[in-house]
Structure formats: structure tokens, C-alpha cells
Write a protein that binds this ligand. Structure first.
Ligand SMILES: [Fe+2]
Ligand SMILES: [Fe+2]
Ligand SMILES: [Fe+2]
Length: 485
């Protein structure tokens, strides 16, 4: 062993040990005393990681399952982000378990029946308030505690990859907890909380029966009856929106027909760009249905698709930001949900994914694609619009790749996937007149009033010709193809 100046002095007092020239030993991870006296065995550490892995996997599924039918827009967006965090960490935790153990890893099976019952109950929560309390006051805090415990108890030298991974995971799950606390504060009344007390206690007892989320306690041994989850959970594919989203069948203003018309100047197109971005709320609503019904797929599939889902949610919020920055009340604009509704209720999950792929491939051509939108944004000379389109375009490159990796092999070749998606898309777009006949919408032309408001913001006079814009989606779908009847 190399003896250096700082360590020459032999001492039995482990506490006085220092590195060369007083440098902290063990890269500052532990003192020698702590390093020699703390730590979990590989078996203990991997058992806890497996519990955390399973819990985040279940939580991911809870978020994803409630994106479509969550009416509150902000929570739809929050569930998208929180699902993304869960998906990333599930993959990393599984990798760490695989590093420490030989197969079988036991990552596909529930570590304890009572733990599953705990998550089943939250998944089956019948309303927003129950869901928020279950997720953010029970599941997430239990995951945070389990992470804090393993971080404190495992040896940072021996089990450094676990320690590091859990510490980084904790940062994001604490963000989830913090946002969740805000959401509960804003949306859960004291009366509801009081009324739900027996159920919240039931959730505690389920965790106690599982020996805590991480299995570090002695299981209570209690047999517990289910409350909300007596019947198997059924995913609700019908998108819901809150009361700010009006006239959801409205297909009265064709944004693409204006956007891609080279004769129209760039500035007014800002409205159509923001509209198209915010309308992307329907993509998480639709992608959630693919994920909720995907079944047996490798976790990388869930991770990639959830990342894309979150990107689409971000795009919606970029559009929201655009409108707010312009002082436009976006609740006056109908963001239709006909796309997510049609896909979710009329197509198989393979068809839905193929439609998404077809659309995203269609965004690549120069003349009617993301690059063109970005050029329009640059031409408006508004830095925010340019930045929105810059990232919208960048994300789309990744999405096209995700599609190529996951849906193309499922169908065959790229051309076959495109044709398959194209045909499926046509199936859901034939209802424009029917919705009107049924009184679901008048397909009101919202353009003139929004354009007028924007002109006030820009300090310009509305162009009478543009004010008269009145092209709908009756005969043309969003990629400007004629609707096939
Ligand atoms: Fe998108
Ligand atoms: Fe987008
Ligand atoms: Fe996309």
C-alpha cells in the first residue's frame, strides 16, 4: 500500500484519518468511520430498488391512465410531466437492479400484494379530489421517504451507483410532491378531505400491510378490504376538458390552409401557430390511450412514448404562453378534441399510433412542415414565436425517430406504416356535417374576433381581406389532403 506524507502516521483512531495534505478521504463521500459502519447488503439494496421500481411503474400508469379523462388542463399537463419523470426513473432503477443481480430479476412481478392494492385503489379513484389526495398525499410522499431512507442508509462507496441514482430521482420526485401539494391546496376542499379520511387511512393500512412502500417495516399482517378497486379498472378513452374549453367539436377555422398560403403575410399567421400549438393538448390525450392499452412492451417503449407525450404537452403550453403573452383570452378559441376523441374511440391502438406516425412524417417536408412554420415564425420578427417554433420543430425530429423505432417495425416498412396510418386517419374525419346536424357545434368562425384582438395588440388595422377568412375543415383535413368520404 502506498504510504504518503499525510497517511504515514499509523493510528487506530479511524476518526483522525485524513487523505494526502488533508484531502477528504473516499472522495468526500463518507468519513472512514461512516464508510466502515453503514451500508445495506446487495440483497437489501436491490430489494428496495425493486420496490421503488414497481411503485414508480404503477404511478406512471396512474398518471397516464388519467391524462385523457382529466378535465383540468393544468393537471393534464402536470400528469404528463410526472408520468415522464416516473418513466425515466423506472428504466434507470431496473438497470441498476440488473447490474447487481443475475436473472431472473423479478422486475415484472409485484413485490407485495398489498402494495399493488394500494396503487389499484389510487388508480380507481373516482374523482379529481380523490385522485389528487391518493397520488400526492399518499403515493408520492411514500416514494420520497423510501428514497430518502435508501440514500441515508446505503453505503456511498460500495453502492455508489444506487446512491447517485436515488439522489437524482429524489430531486424530481420532490418537485412532483411540491406541485402536488399546490394542486391539493387549490382543488381539494376541507370537507372532501374530511369525508375521504377513512379511505386515506385505508391507504395507510395497505402500505403497512406491505411492510411500507420499501418493505423496511414488518408487514402488519392485517387483511384489508378494497374500497374503490373492487371492480377491475377500466380506462376511459373519452377526452375531458374543463369549462374554459368550449365548443370542442368546432372545426370551423382551418389553420393550415391559412398558414401554408404563401400569399398571406406572416404576422397574422402567429395566431394560427399558437392555435396549432395549444391544440396539441389532444396529442397527450391520444398518446395516453396508446400507453394505457399497450400491454406487454419493453420499458424503453413506455419511456420513449411518455417522453413524446410530455413534449406534446409542452407544445400545448407553448401555445398557451403565446396567447397569454399577446393578451388574448384563449378560452374564446375552440380547441377541438375531435382528433383525440375520434382516434381513441374508433381506432385500435396500433391504428392510432400509425396515424400519429403518418402525421409526424408529414411534418418533415419543407413546404408544409415544421421548417416552414419556423420560417413563418422568424418572419414575424417576434422572438417568442420563433423560439416556440424552433423547439416544436426540434422535438418533432425526435418524434419521427420514436415512430420509426416502434410503430414501423410493428407494421412492416415505412411506406406500409404511412399508408396504414393514412387510411386509419380518414376513418375518423367524416363527421364534420354530422356534428353540425346533431347540434354538437355550429363550427363557428372564431377567426375574425381573435384577429381583431391581435391587431389591437400589434397596433395595426385589420386587413379586411384577412378578416373575411372563412375556410373550415369541412373538406380538408389538417395535412391539407381532401377528406375522403
Ligand atoms: Fe406535436
Ligand atoms: Fe408540436
Ligand atoms: Fe410530435
Amino acid at each position: 500500500m502506498m504510504r504518503t506524507k499525510g497517511t504515514l502516521q499509523l493510528s487506530h483512531d479511524i476518526g483522525s484519518y485524513t487523505g494526502y495534505a488533508g484531502l477528504p478521504p473516499l472522495v468526500g463521500l463518507h468519513s472512514m468511520r461512516d464508510a466502515s459502519s453503514t451500508g445495506l447488503t446487495v440483497a437489501e439494496s436491490s430489494e428496495r430498488l425493486k420496490r421503488l421500481h414497481w411503485s414508480l411503474r404503477r404511478l406512471h400508469n396512474i398518471f397516464v391512465s388519467h391524462i385523457t379523462n382529466m378535465p383540468v388542463y393544468e393537471l393534464k399537463m402536470a400528469f404528463s410531466l410526472h408520468a415522464h419523470y416516473c418513466a425515466e426513473h423506472v428504466g434507470e432503477l431496473a438497470n441498476r437492479v440488473r447490474e447487481m443481480r443475475q436473472p431472473p430479476y423479478g422486475l415484472e412481478v409485484s413485490p407485495h400484494a398489498a402494495l399493488d392494492m394500494f396503487f389499484d385503489e389510487i388508480l380507481a379513484a373516482p374523482g379529481t379530489e380523490e385522485l389528487l389526495l391518493g397520488i400526492y398525499e399518499r403515493a408520492v410522499p411514500a416514494i420520497v421517504s423510501a428514497l430518502e431512507r435508501i440514500i441515508a442508509e446505503t453505503n456511498k462507496l460500495f453502492d455508489h451507483p444506487t446512491w447517485r441514482l436515488c439522489r437524482l430521482t429524489l430531486v424530481e420526485i420532490q418537485d412532483v410532491q411540491q406541485y402536488g401539494a399546490e394542486a391539493v391546496r387549490c382543488l381539494v376542499s376541507n370537507e372532501t378531505r374530511d369525508a375521504l379520511q377513512p379511505w386515506l387511512s385505508l391507504l395507510n393500512r395497505m402500505l403497512a400491510a406491505a411492510g411500507g412502500l420499501d418493505g423496511t417495516d414488518e408487514p402488519s399482517g392485517e387483511t384489508i378490504e378494497r374500497h374503490f378497486s373492487t371492480l377491475p379498472y377500466k380506462y376511459d378513452p373519452v377526452p375531458k376538458r374543463d369549462e374554459r374549453f368550449q365548443d370542442p367539436y368546432n372545426m370551423g377555422v382551418n389553420a393550415e390552409a391559412m398558414l401554408f398560403n404563401p400569399k398571406i403575410e406572416p404576422l397574422p399567421k402567429t395566431i394560427m401557430l399558437y392555435f396549432k400549438r395549444m391544440r396539441e393538448i389532444d396529442v397527450p390525450e391520444m398518446m395516453a390511450s396508446i400507453l394505457a392499452e399497450a400491454g406487454d412492451k419493453p420499458w424503453e417503449y413506455y419511456r420513449d412514448m411518455t417522453r413524446q407525450l410530455w413534449d406534446e404537452a409542452r407544445h400545448a403550453m407553448m401555445g398557451e404562453l403565446g396567447f397569454v403573452a399577446m393578451g388574448i383570452d384563449w378560452s374564446q378559441i375552440p380547441f377541438n378534441f375531435t382528433w383525440s376523441l375520434g382516434l381513441n374511440t374508433k381506432l385500435t391502438s396500433k391504428e392510432r399510433h400509425a396515424v400519429l406516425y403518418t402525421i409526424e412524417q408529414g411534418l418533415m417536408p419543407k413546404k408544409t412542415g415544421k421548417e416552414y412554420e419556423w420560417e413563418v415564425a422568424i418572419a414575424t420578427a417576434n422572438p417568442l414565436t420563433a423560439l416556440i417554433q424552433d423547439y416544436d420543430w426540434a422535438d418533432e425530429i425526435l418524434h419521427a425517430r420514436i415512430g420509426r423505432e416502434w410503430i414501423v417495425p410493428e407494421i412492416g416498412s415505412q411506406a406500409e406504416a404511412m399508408a396504414y396510418g393514412d387510411k386509419a386517419w380518414s376513418k375518423v374525419l367524416v363527421d364534420w356535417n354530422k356534428w353540425k346536424e346533431e347540434g354538437l357545434t355550429e363550427h363557428r368562425n372564431w377567426w375574425p374576433e381573435v384577429y381583431r384582438a391581435a391587431c389591437i395588440h400589434w397596433g395595426i388595422e385589420p386587413d379586411p381581406q384577412l378578416l373575411a377568412y372563412n375556410t373550415t375543415y369541412q373538406n380538408t383535413r389538417a395535412d391539407l389532403k381532401e377528406v375522403a368520404f
